[in-house]
Ligand binder design. Structure first.
Ligand code: HEM
Length: 384
């Protein structure tokens, strides 16, 4: 998409797309403006005039999360788990995460060839979040199905295909709700040291409604899952494409931390967000009306030459690097410290056990989603 972004930043930095019925926004300064003004640009899809949510969606727990909440309600929801995700709380668990990575790689590494996604980048963050939530990580094949369905966006826009797509999403959402319903009941009776217990307790004290508690579990499972898989996958794609950079990172000459930030900028796992205008507003001379959907393209802002030197170059020691990979403002990714740590631990674990890592296949299939950026499989070859 990167050539397209460059063209749009120059020629139509803010434009209306009739097909998708939304405004696309491509420049850094405008994306910043939108994310910085949540009163004008709401996260609540119910305010959109172009989207007719089916009546049953009114009840859907997945629409009852902090991700789609504004203002005070957003603060109340986010506050329930905020402490759990602070860097200090997350760092305490580093050793356990290192063990998980080591176990996965032990199975995957011999033979000199693996599918980085299936063998490592997918299971690793899922096991981590399953443990934090307090659900058995053996259930992860189900999590994958549900998560992939929920982040999918339709490619075939015929009536029949859209209807089938809607049914698939609804079913995934219902199954997930049912799954977590039982877990919440269990923790309400018998509290443990996990996130589901924190959520069950807040629900018990009526700080969360039943639907909000369910939505919470679903959001935490889905948000931290495919995104982190793609961060690890995209990192390996960047590094195998730049062997000299890989060598500098592997030897510690370039920091792993700034490398991960550069991957978040250069191949952002989340390429676009959505907001709804709550009043008429102008952007680059275009008149956006109340109820219009606005799509800030993070992936384009992250390549804007007005902010980044040589934006199309992958530089592992780029500084400063004020990218939007985790968004910005009140909805800034809650899981950012966790995702950064998982990427660091995951990549280091790989470096420790492999040498000469190189791509093991061509023609990579992109993830089936318009706003998630990554590949479905990533064969790599290496010396164990
Ligand atoms: C929000 C990206 C990992 C939980 C966001 C947003 C972005 C993002 C761009 C902003 C959404 C918006 O403004 O509308 C990513 C990326 C990740 C990642 C690229 C991995 C590389 C995680 C993890 C978790 C998580 C591991 C937790 C388990 C959340 C939550 C929100 C969020 C709960 C909503 C925050 C709010 O609305 O206040 N993420 N995320 N994310 N992320 Fe992440």
């Amino acid at each position: 998409p990167f050539d397209w972004y460059a063209e749009m930043r120059e020629e139509q930095p803010v434009r209306y797309d009739q097909n998708r019925q939304c405004w696309d926004v491509f420049r850094y300064e405008d994306v910043d403006r939108i994310l910085d003004d949540p009163e004008t640009f709401s996260s609540n899809p119910r305010l959109a005039s172009a989207i007719d949510l089916p009546p049953e969606a009114e009840q859907s727990p997945i629409l009852e999360t902090m991700l789609t909440a504004d203002g005070e309600r957003h603060g109340r929801l986010r506050g329930v788990v905020e402490d759990w995700f602070r860097p200090r709380a997350i760092t305490q668990r580093a050793e356990r995460f290192e063990d998980i990575a080591a176990d996965l790689l032990e199975d995957a590494i011999d033979g000199g060839r693996m599918d980085l996604i299936d063998d490592f980048a997918y299971p690793f963050p899922v096991i981590v979040i399953a443990e934090l939530l307090g659900v058995p990580s053996e259930d992860r094949p189900q999590f994958r199905g549900w998560s992939e369905t929920l982040v999918e966006t339709p490619t075939d826009t015929s009536e029949a295909a859209l209807e089938a797509f809607r049914q698939r999403q609804e079913q995934a959402s219902e199954e997930l709700a049912e799954y977590f319903e039982a877990k919440l009941e269990d923790r309400a009776r018998d509290s443990k040291d996990d996130l589901i217990s924190v959520i069950a307790e807040a629900a018990g004290e009526e700080r969360l409604s039943h639907e909000e508690a369910l939505g919470f579990c679903m959001l935490l499972l889905v948000a931290g899952n495919i995104t982190t898989t793609n961060l690890i996958g995209n990192a390996m794609r960047c590094l195998t494409a730049h062997p000299a950079a890989m060598e500098r990172v592997r030897t510690g000459e370039a920091p792993i931390e700034s490398t991960i930030e550069e991957v978040l900028r250069y191949r952002s796992p989340v390429q676009a967000l959505a907001r709804i205008a709550t009043r008429d507003v102008e952007l680059q001379g275009m008149s956006i009306e109340e109820g219009d959907t606005v799509v800030p393209w993070l992936g384009s802002a992250n390549r804007d030459p007005a902010v980044f030197d040589a934006p199309d170059q992958f530089r592992v020691d780029r500084a400063p690097n004020p990218h939007f990979g985790f968004g910005r403002g009140t909805h800034y990714c809650l899981g950012a410290p966790l995702a950064r740590m998982e990427a660091r631990i995951g990549l280091n674990a790989l470096f420790e056990r492999t040498a000469d890592v190189r791509p093991g296949g061509e023609r990579l299939q992109p993830v089936r989603s318009a706003f998630i950026y990554g590949v479905q499989e990533l064969p790599i070859e290496f010396r164990p």
